[in-house]
Design a protein around this ligand. Structure first.
Ligand code: 5GP
Length: 202
């Protein structure tokens, strides 16, 4: 299938969630490269400050709390949530989903469970994938290896992860990231099943 054109298979909203430390970001980057269907990752808005390597407008739309609130009031968000009880807000702008659709891609949202549940209400046909690790020990280790968060944040994220896992059954698919290549292949296969006959999955 021509990746520059999803017109034969129609538009789809893809949601990927999973606790910190599941390797979600790596899986999503791989999918952006290798997906058998064209994917456009939506750029979320957040009130969290940028990390050193992050580029505004590319990694996130970094907004002040006031700007975020104003955009909420304007009805600009498809979904939003205060993620990990950090006091920081994250949200998907409707304009981002439209951008994906206009460029002929499936919209790919990498968002938390609370946000995902809201997207499921708006888009009941969304292709929802919960990514997880084989055990809690594995994601705790991955979270620590990343070295970007301090202990208090790690503890909050672990607690959030335990809560998030309870919602895995609300997703259409659960994929265990036991091995990166395998997990990516499994998701590509899911995409192909969803896309139908015209999908050629190497
Ligand atoms: P980080 O601060 O590490 O970039 O992201 C923390 C978490 O925020 C991610 O694991 C992701 O699940 C969640 N997140 C990112 N963007 C959005 C969004 O637009 N909406 C929601 N609900 N969650 C988001």
């Amino acid at each position: 299938m021509n990746k520059s054109d999803n017109s034969k298979i129609g538009f789809c909203v893809v949601v990927i969630s999973g606790p910190s430390g599941t390797g979600k970001t790596t899986v999503v980057s791989r999918l952006e490269e290798e997906s058998p269907v064209k994917l456009i990752k939506t750029i979320s808005a957040t009130t969290r400050p940028p990390r050193a390597h992050e580029v505004p407008g590319q990694d996130y739309h970094f907004l002040s709390a006031e700007e975020f609130e104003q955009r909420k009031k304007n009805g600009d968000f498809l979904e939003f949530a205060e993620v990990y009880r950090t006091g920081y807000w994250y949200g998907t702008l409707k304009s981002e989903v439209e951008r994906a659709g206009k460029s002929g891609g499936w919209a790919l949202l990498e968002i938390d469970v609370e946000g995902a549940l809201n997207v499921m209400r708006e888009y009941p046909d969304a292709l929802t994938i919960f990514l997880t690790t084989p055990s809690e020990t594995v994601f705790e280790q991955r979270l620590r290896d990343r070295g970007t968060e301090d202990e208090a944040v790690i503890q909050k994220r672990l607690e959030a992860a335990r809560n998030e896992i309870k919602f895995a059954s609300r997703y259409r698919y659960t994929v265990i990231n036991d091995q990166l290549d395998r997990a990516v292949e499994e998701i590509k296969e899911i995409f192909c099943q969803h896309a139908g006959e015209s999908c050629e999955h190497a």
